[in-house]
Design a protein around this ligand. Structure first.
Ligand SMILES: [Fe+2]
Ligand SMILES: [Fe+2]
Length: 479
């Protein structure tokens, strides 16, 4: 345990004071707790003190603390809506022409530019073309299409593009900006000016769309909670029937009383067929239709008062390219008609809270392509998504993106709750008032995952209180 904690801290360039380590170790806190604690520290922290751990335990940043109870003034009716324009189902127009790609990237650029220029500390943006003409300090907004480190001196050169042209942004290796993480196809703001008689734009500040400064979760009078069950993987031999039944029994006894009124299933609801080589060896149910039929039976056990939303993931019978449309009716004939079948990702409005649910396939690309990202800490990846206000910026990597007219993967509207799955981890974090959750799995480790050294954290149901924002991780895999 000690080694794991120290490794997690070292990954974030943090040192743990011996007394801090002692508290964590002697109380047997989980790695989810440790990761949430480490994520809650400010970016300039380098030493985690005993006081930091005590503050975390007493404060309101984590999942493991209680938050003050807001007395309800108005009793709300159950209220869940699919946010118009956020579901690709029936709206797909792309066929993959050059025009489709142009429109798609233009949509992304315009959405993110608008968020950047609405930042109080950013304001007016010049175009690259105008900046080149005037040669004075300006701010520009561009999409990053390449990044190089100069061989001789180790400086960073970013190639960025806007609607008027391209330019090379120079970041000196001695600049505080040298440690910034850049990912392909993200949209950034850059303050600086063109060097005289040079094509280089010298950066002195980088801006991200991010969350507005001082944004927080504002408590409401809502008394309901929303729960998440990701990556159920029905059909797999490793589906955790006993844990699932334990969780359902708990819901049937407690959900109505505790007002857990909403449930979101963020994809990989079945194990699918042919999702990876030799998958059939891991399958209990070899027929995709039967997998969905079995799922529909399991879902009938969910208490009737709960409003359920289900969208696909990469194991589901659906196009892989994101955004993914809702499951076709041929698979869902046996489902209760009250279940909302939506595309992936989807935005929901639940009792006034904005909820974005995304399966999370792009997390693979973030981990493969960005220094410091790991499967053990998907919440850190989700934070980078929120900072860039985009769930899958990297085009042409492992995760396929369909060039639709609109960029459905941009976080155009800042969510109150942002949930993903896919990596089978369980954790949560409050980032500037955005409750970010990775919503576990109901499948234990498969042989394929064992070979790839992939350790899931199954049987956890995250629950978020819509009034207070309190996050609770309910564990059902352990006795
Ligand atoms: Fe999965
Ligand atoms: Fe997945």
């Amino acid at each position: 345990m000690r080694d794991e904690v120290l490794t997690a801290a070292a990954r974030k360039n943090l040192f743990l004071a011996p007394e801090a380590l002692e508290i964590i170790d002697s109380n047997g806190y989980s790695m989810d707790f440790v990761n949430t604690l480490l994520n809650s520290l400010s970016n300039n922290a380098f030493l985690v003190t005993k006081q930091d751990v005590l503050d975390f335990l007493n404060g309101d940043k984590g999942l493991f603390t209680s938050e003050k109870v807001i007395k309800p003034r108005i009793k709300r009716d159950l209220d869940l809506k699919i946010v118009p324009g956020s579901d690709i189902t029936g709206q797909s127009t792309c066929v993959g022409t050059i025009e489709d790609f142009t429109n798609y990237f233009r949509s992304r650029y315009n959405i993110l530019k608008k968020i950047l220029t609405n930042r109080k500390d950013f304001g007016f943006a010049s175009t690259i073309e105008a900046a080149r003409r005037h040669n004075r300090d300006v701010k520009i907004v561009g999409m990053v299409y390449d990044k190089k480190i100069t061989q001789k001196n180790g400086h960073t050169i970013l190639e960025i593009e806007d609607e008027t042209g391209t330019c090379s942004v120079f970041i000196s290796k001695d600049s505080p900006l040298a440690n910034e993480i850049f990912v392909n196809d993200e949209v950034i703001g850059v303050a600086g000016k063109f060097a005289e008689k040079s094509k280089l734009f010298i950066a002195n500040e980088i801006f991200r769309p991010d969350v507005p400064k001082n944004h927080t979760w504002v408590p409401s009078d809502s008394t309901s909670s929303i729960a998440f069950l990701s990556d159920i993987h029905i059909g797999s031999k490793e589906f955790l029937t006993a844990s699932w039944e334990k969780m359902i029994a708990w819901l049937r006894h407690n959900a109505a009383e505790q007002e857990i009124n909403y449930l979101v299933l963020p994809g990989d609801v079945v194990d699918g067929i042919g999702a990876y080589p030799d998958q059939e060896k891991d399958l209990e149910i070899l027929d995709i239709y039967k997998q969905y039929e079995a799922l529909s039976e399991y879902l009938k056990e969910i208490p009737d008062h709960m409003k359920v939303v289900l969208h696909p993931g990469n194991h589901d019978a659906c196009r892989l390219a994101e955004p993914q449309p809702a499951l076709n009716e041929m698979y869902t004939k046996t489902f209760d008609s009250s279940i909302y079948m939506t595309g992936n990702p989807i935005n929901l409005e639940v009792e006034g809270r904005f909820v974005t649910s995304y399966h999370g396939k792009s997390i693979d690309d973030w981990i493969a392509g960005v220094r410091g990202m790991t499967y053990e800490d998907p919440i850190r990846v989700m934070k980078e998504m929120v900072v860039r206000r985009h769930m899958a910026p990297m085009y042409g990597a492992r995760n396929a993106l369909a060039p639709e007219k609109k960029d459905y993967l941009a976080l155009e509207h800042l969510p109150d709750i942002f949930v993903s799955g896919h990596v089978h981890g369980a954790g949560g974090m409050d980032y500037k008032g955005v409750k970010m959750i990775n919503a576990s799995t109901w499948q234990s480790q498969t042989d394929y995952q064992k070979q790839h050294n992939f350790n899931p954290n199954p049987g956890v149901m995250p629950v978020v209180h819509l009034g207070t924002g309190k996050m609770t991780m309910m564990e059902f895999a352990k006795d």
